[in-house]
Ligand binder design. Structure first.
Ligand code: LRH
Ligand code: MN
Ligand code: MN
Length: 424
């Protein structure tokens, strides 16, 4: 299913007058409007290949219908999202959920949809059919060298797939840890994991990065071997300058100050990438910005400030990705909402008056500092984001077009109502 450009233009035409009025209103207040629009146009968020179907919980999975049956169909779905919002120009693959059997063909198909390959994700948290050793008691941390070796070799295979596709990074998330006190020797688990990561690191091409993703808990509920940013940072430092920490917003203990973590990792040159989602309780993988939008804004505020301080390009300096799960919504609608939330928050962070904030901080003027941040956060920037989309050839209102064009109904007609996409 694809939506023709002329159709998009028709929808845009009918919404244009209303948009123009809103855009003129906000544009009048912003000095560097063209620079901000260009930054919004450049910013792209990768869509994970595993988020295109309805996820489940450990209790049930309610398939939504029309789910992609192959990697090709996943690429088509992301292509559709990108045609609508022009901000989803990359795909992130999880191996072995999405093996590119014919890499040249997959690469060409993605390019036809304007998509690049973002970070590759390895998987040593599940046992695959035919696999020699089980990961029940961990992978890279395992007490058995043969199991560690199997995990290392899998990661090296993932890098090889990525090279064929033109990806430039590997994200390693390990579920390794323990469920009960005494199960694990923490130091030995750390050393084994480090040694395994070093072997993977040695296989990285010169222009690649490795992202070490941390998570406080789940599926292990007593200890996790890459459990927080401190541990990830230790691994990244010990590995070398191609290794970075990856922050998944749902992987912290409650009330963690993620914006401060981000600021310090950036300062140390060790922030590599992001998995965006939102949560109320744990690793809920809910729609970005649906629960704690102010926290997301404060994170983006640190990202913009920290990247500018280092002269980093916002669009290319870090790996930006959504990591979400959809239990009750149409995944494609949810992803449109998530990307929109990211763009809105990024735009708000670009509006922060940095000189004034700096001055307020130097004067210990707490009230003014807070006012400056909240002024930006309370600005309705939706017309700015829509204008950036319009200029890139996307839809003024992606979700409305998706609904009017009955995309899900068409996908169900095309693919059937019982299809199940690979993923969690
Ligand atoms: C782990 C995680 C990690 C995985 C993905 C499926 O919770 O965030 O990034 O690769 O979920
Ligand atoms: Mn993640
Ligand atoms: Mn997660």
């Amino acid at each position: 299913m694809n939506i023709e450009q002329y159709k998009l233009n028709e929808y845009n035409q009918s919404a244009l007058k209303d948009h123009q009025r809103k855009f003129d209103f906000i544009a009048a207040d912003i000095k560097s409007i063209e620079a901000i629009l260009q930054k919004l146009i450049n910013f792209q968020v990768a869509i994970p290949s595993w988020a295109l179907g309805t996820g489940g919980t450990r209790f049930a999975r309610f398939a939504g219908g029309g789910e992609p049956r192959s990697l090709e169909e996943k690429i088509e779905d992301i292509g559709l999202l990108h045609a609508l919002n022009k901000s989803s120009g990359a795909i992130s693959l999880h191996i072995p959920w999405d093996i590119p059997e014919n890499a040249a063909h997959i690469k060409t198909l993605a390019a036809q949809h304007g998509l690049k390959f973002d970070a590759m994700n390895s998987n040593t948290f599940q046992d695959q059919p035919g696999q020699q050793h089980s990961y029940k008691f961990g992978s890279m941390q395992h007490v058995n060298k043969a199991i560690r070796k199997q995990a290392v070799e899998h990661n090296i295979e993932v890098i090889k797939y990525g090279v064929e596709l033109g990806s430039k990074s590997l994200t390693v998330w390990l579920s390794d840890g323990s469920c009960f006190p005494g199960q694990l020797n923490f130091r030995k688990a750390f050393q084994n994991t480090l040694e395994s990561l070093q072997e993977v690191y040695a296989a990285l091409p010169g222009d690649w990065k490795i992202f070490v993703e941390y998570k406080a808990f789940e599926p292990n509920f007593y200890s996790t071997t890459v459990g927080d940013w401190g541990q990830s940072f230790l691994y990244a430092n010990k590995l070398g300058n191609k290794a970075y920490t990856l922050v998944d917003l749902g992987h912290h203990l409650p009330n963690a100050n993620i914006e401060q973590i981000v600021a310090l990792l950036l300062m140390e040159g060790k922030l590599g990438g992001f998995h965006f989602n939102d949560s109320k309780y744990g690793d809920d993988d809910l729609t970005v910005g649906s629960i704690k939008p102010y926290q997301l804004f404060l994170i983006f505020n640190e990202l913009v400030e920290g990247m500018d301080a280092k002269g980093m390009n916002h669009a290319t300096g870090l790996g930006w990705m959504i990591d979400a799960s959809h239990n009750v919504k149409d995944p494609l609608e949810d992803l449109l909402q998530s990307v929109e939330a990211i763009m809105i928050t990024y735009a708000q962070a670009l509006l922060v008056d940095r000189n004034k904030l700096n001055e307020a901080q130097n004067n210990n003027d707490v009230v003014t500092a807070q006012e400056i941040l909240q002024q930006a956060f309370r600005t309705d920037v939706r017309a700015l984001v829509a204008e950036a989309r319009l200029r890139s050839g996307g839809a003024l209102n992606p979700l409305a077009v998706y609904r009017s064009e009955k995309v899900r109904d068409n996908l169900i007609k095309e693919r059937g109502s019982k299809t199940v996409a690979t993923g969690l």
